[in-house]
Write a protein that binds this ligand. Sequence first.
Ligand SMILES: Cc1cc2nc3c(=O)[nH]c(=O)nc-3n(C[C@H](O)[C@H](O)[C@H](O)COP(=O)(O)OP(=O)(O)OC[C@H]3O[C@@H](n4cnc5c(N)ncnc54)[C@H](O)[C@@H]3O)c2cc1C
Length: 321
Amino acid sequence: MNDIGVIGGADGTTQIVVSGSIGGPILWIFFGALALMVILYAAFYRRGKGKAVCLASGGFAKNPEMLKKYSPDYADFFFNCASSMTGEGIQMGIDAGGYVECENRALPAFLSSYKSKFELAFIHQSAPGIMVNIKGDNIGNIVSDNHYTMAKAKLNKDNGDTFYYVFDESSAVKLRDSEAYGFNGYVAMFEKGEAVHYDSVEKASEELNLPNLADAIEANNAAALAGEPDEFGRRNCPYIETRDGLWAIRVDPTFYLTTAGLAIDTDCHVLTEDKKAIPGLYAAGDVCGSIEEKDAKQYGMGFDAALTYGYIMGETLKKEI
Ligand SMILES: Cc1cc2nc3c(=O)[nH]c(=O)nc-3n(C[C@H](O)[C@H](O)[C@H](O)COP(=O)(O)OP(=O)(O)OC[C@H]3O[C@@H](n4cnc5c(N)ncnc54)[C@H](O)[C@@H]3O)c2cc1C
């Protein structure tokens, strides 16, 4: 009978104690254990030598489980963003002792076309118009605080989750020629048939089943002519000239990023829940969620924060490794 025991030595090394008659199987076990120790040693040696881990893998908008956990109010919505937003970096940070803050804050949305989800976030600047809901009612001031107006419109069930962006012929000309994206992207709306022309407001109202459309346009035009803000506080309302008919794009306000993320300090160290820096672990960008929200402000600029904090992270690394 053979007895084998593995014990941790007092000096931290592992000793293998073998007693009894040493046969062939024991030798195999002995060499197997030796090989395992070499592998573990190599792994720990490598880990010990790693000086820094930088997390910059973005948010978790495409991870349904993380959405349910950290942004439950938005878990059922489509997010118009890259499928790579899986939150893996956040998960790695959590596994290393980091924690997630700013959970379930209000998320922004931008306008997309309904069918192809083409981003129309700045269409109101290129082609002034109004946005109406399932009844044809103006949904509000789409110029100031655009992204949160979009988010509220999407969340408000009274809107019927059916929206149209309506504009006149002069806006259609501007849209076709717009270089807002550095190239003429909006022309796709016409080529794909998502921008549809109607001969009159009545025709659009009838075909799209928007009974209040004419009233919404009339109220908007009255504000435009008076030079006054409309009932939603929108200034400089665009006069929608309907002599040549009306254009409409079926649109969808879409969420597009998450603002909860790993807690960091101002030098980009990932923090534990009790605000201690985890040695060697750094993070910047959407993996940390919104920097503004950490200061109790509304999310505003993820891109700028990613660039700025990426730079800061580099400076911190320069000092520390
Ligand atoms: C459609 C859209 C429009 C936007 N418009 C604006 C805007 O107008 N202004 C603004 O300020 N912000 C805007 N944002 C937000 C802005 O794009 C982000 O805040 C910013 O890109 C975050 O940068 P990041 O480097 O942290 O993450 P990302 O840009 O998401 O980059 C993360 C990278 O990590 C990669 N990655 C993910 N997981 C792993 C992994 N496990 N291993 C290796 N790599 C991984 C991803 O593929 C990706 O390339 C917009 C976002 C979207 C989706």
